[in-house]
Design a protein around this ligand. Structure first.
Ligand code: CA
Length: 243
């Protein structure tokens, strides 16, 4: 029998961890519970899970710190992280996503919502992983090594900007609306405001430098990566302020 996806549940409250584990098991997943970052790290050193459910508030290292560390580690870099938090503030959501979380679940959440979100993450990861290397002009993104280069020079791109760039480069020449980007990069449910997309797009443009010419803002519609950028008066590389 094919085993279900392995889910590492990092949660210090036994009652919540148990509730999550029972629901995961019932739905065919294979949950492994760790009560803190140290226990989670021991588990990661042994077996890589298919997805990590990571509580924000933990004794010792916070979920945010752990997400950052696991994203920086080549072994754990590509394991999707679903962050659990009691916080609902926009800056905290952005901090979590910046740290490399794939999606967010605000406590209290229903088991159904949790399961739907995990499935969405696994679905979303699968097609993108199939296209590990994307090229547009001299811009190359390698998802396997998590590197972006332009004319052979490495570019420093943040984790959220990397995900946006990966999606846009895997689906080039098409215009993607902010809503589509929210769905495909952040999750099936909109928890982030559309203007947040623009914030990350501005950061992405800065990170891309001259290669930003390939990233077009289509006024009132969205964004696209193109091999044949239009040359505009401002050089085609500057973000237009919208919304
Ligand atoms: Ca906790």
């Amino acid at each position: 029998m094919k085993r279900g996806p392995r889910v590492l549940v990092v949660e210090d409250e036994p009652a919540i961890a148990e509730l999550i584990a029972v629901n995961l098991k019932h739905d065919g997943f294979l949950p492994v519970v760790a009560e803190d970052g140290a226990a989670a790290q021991r588990e990661l050193n042994e077996v890589l899970p298919d997805v990590i459910l990571l509580d924000w508030m933990l004794p010792g290292e916070s979920g945010l710190m752990l997400a950052r560390r696991w994203r920086a580690d080549s072994r754990t870099r590509n394991v999707p992280i679903l962050m659990l938090t009691a916080r609902g503030d926009e800056p905290d959501k952005i901090a979590g996503l910046d740290a490399g979380a794939d999606d967010y679940l605000t406590k209290p959440f229903s088991p159904r919502e949790m399961l739907a979100r995990i499935r969405a993450i696994l679905r979303r990861r699968a097609p993108e992983q199939a296209r590990e290397r994307c090229e547009i002009g001299d811009l190359v993104l390698d998802a396997g090594t998590h590197r972006v280069t332009f004319q052979g020079q490495a570019l420093k791109v943040g984790p959220t900007e990397f995900k946006i760039l990966h999606f846009l480069m895997a689906h080039p020449e098409r215009v993607h609306s902010r809503t589509q980007l929210l769905d495909r990069v952040w999750g099936d449910h909109v928890f982030i405001e559309e203007r947040t997309v623009d914030v990350h797009m501005r950061r992405l443009r800065l990170a891309l430098g001259a290669a930003a010419a390939h990233l077009e803002t289509v006024r009132g519609v969205g964004y696209r990566m193109t091999a044949t950028p239009e040359v505009t008066a401002d050089g085609g590389g500057l973000a237009q302020q919208t919304g």
